[in-house]
Design a protein around this ligand. Structure first.
Ligand code: COA
Ligand code: MG
Length: 296
């Protein structure tokens, strides 16, 4: 299984040259170079040139490089998409899609702009309509030629649109979060949790990242370098989990267990479906270890 960890995805404003340079040294699994919300209208063109120049020049190492463009119905979206396609990042992140047709439009735009197949499409989930249409939005991944590979929660926009109040347990957001994870799972997509705004409160970030992991997210989007370490740790399989996963795989590989759907291991029932999860856990752990040999 080819697996690329996405435990931490750090946003940075495309207009901030220093942040773009710093991205090459940070331990984030992904960097999201933003042309949208983090860039003021007057700086859109400058940010586009800076970001696409930096991506084309490379030097981001193991990090997945993602360009978040402006929505396609804004004055900047089309130009962002064309410039991003030419810069060949790992993915283009499209903001504010409401349904499958918005995903189709981004897919078509990338194809027409000549983006190689290696450029994936990521989509924000940040409008009430997107929540209502999650099944068809995520399902667009199965359309012919679709590049959609990842959903990214935009919790700040959803809070704004719905006027909910968020407590520390994100009670009012749980529906969006679980619905997004369910839709991503149904269509084999990666899914990333929203950002934690108070970047000086590391305890709060850890609590929220742990909650995100419990809810089934693959990683968290971040806004500040100080949030990377905790997110990487929390979204990595822990050492005990990996040991147990290896035991399960080894047990099913024993000649006496060949062809069995269920076995007993250390007094617990273990089914073939657990072996599948175990293989995924080990694959994730190995992908992380391959990049940071000392991290596990
Ligand atoms: N990416 C890369 N580097 C970052 C960064 C980011 N998101 N946020 C901060 N840094 C760097 C700073 O450039 C600074 O580097 P330096 O010490 O080498 O000069 C260092 O980290 C410390 O920064 P700090 O002073 O603590 O923060 P700040 O006041 O400069 O910036 C924010 C605070 C919130 C404005 C900034 O973190 C930011 O722009 N975050 C991303 C916002 C964003 O993209 N939002 C859109 C999606 S929600
Ligand atoms: Mg947004």
């Amino acid at each position: 299984m080819l697996f690329r960890p996405t435990r931490s995805a750090l946003y940075m404003p495309g207009s901030n040259v220093r942040a773009l340079e710093k991205a090459k040294t940070l331990d984030a699994d992904a960097v999201i170079l933003d042309l949208e919300d983090a860039v003021a209208p007057d700086l859109k063109a400058v940010a586009r040139a800076q970001v696409c120049g930096a991506v084309a020049a490379g030097g981001f190492g193991h990090r997945q490089v993602v360009i978040r463009i402006n929505a396609l119905d804004t004055p900047w979206g089309k130009y962002d998409l064309e410039a991003a396609a030419a810069a060949k990042p790992d993915a283009v992140l499209v903001p504010k899609p409401n349904d499958a047709s918005d995903i189709e439009r981004a897919n078509d735009g990338l194809r027409r702009a000549g983006a190689p197949d290696t450029v994936a499409l990521w989509a924000m989930v940040e409008t009430p309509l997107a929540i209502l249409n999650l099944r068809e939005l995520a399902g667009a991944a199965k359309h012919a030629g679709s590049r959609l590979s990842c959903l990214v929660l935009g919790t700040n926009d959803l809070v704004k649109e719905t006027r909910i109040e968020l407590d520390a347990a994100r009670t009012a957001a749980l529906f969006w979060l679980s619905a997004s994870v369910t839709a991503a799972s149904a269509f084999g997509l990666t899914v990333l949790d929203g950002v934690y705004n108070n970047f000086k409160d590391n305890e709060g970030l850890e609590r929220e990242a742990r909650q995100g992991r419990m809810l089934g997210f693959d990683g968290k989007t971040l806004i500040h370098p100080d949030q990377i370490k905790a997110s990487n740790r929390i979204f990595s399989p822990d050492a005990e989990e990996v040991v147990w996963a290896r035991k399960i795989i080894a047990a099913f590989d024993l000649p006496e267990h060949q062809g069995k759907g269920v076995i007993t291991l250390e007094g617990r029932m273990v089914e073939l479906l657990h072996a599948e999860s175990a293989r995924r856990t080990v694959a994730i752990a190995e992908a992380i270890a391959a990049r940071m040999p000392t991290s596990l």
